[in-house]
Design a binder for this molecule. Sequence first.
Ligand SMILES: [Cu+2]
Length: 145
Amino acid sequence: MNRLFKIMLTIAMVSTSFFNTAQANTEFTISDVWAKQSIPGAENGAAYFTITNKSSESLYLVGANTEVARAVEVHEHIHEQDVMRMRRVGELEIEANKTITFAPGGLHLMMFGIKEPLTPGQTFEIQLLFKGEETKSILAEVRPI
Ligand SMILES: [Cu+2]
């Protein structure tokens, strides 16, 4: 390795770590990512996962995308005069050292306009968007209803 190349490599490494620290880099883990098999004729669906914020600062989920659907929104179920309704959550806070589980009847990723019916065993990617963080790709597994 010549000297100039060594210097350039050092600069590249320093600038990479500089840009990494510009991101919040909150430590978190995501597990148990799954989606319901498509109901025949239905164009909407839901995906679920468990997220654990391992850092000492709050993490904010602000959106999601997937190639298998036209749009994705974070939803929660709420009881309103004995009726279960879904409501969009614009910004979901995951507090420091807390775990939040998305599950049927509760929080879910609502997928609108599913392009091809989701079949059991199939996997697909979902991109999760967090405030001040890099986009996080997760792999969902389709489960039978
Ligand atoms: Cu919903």
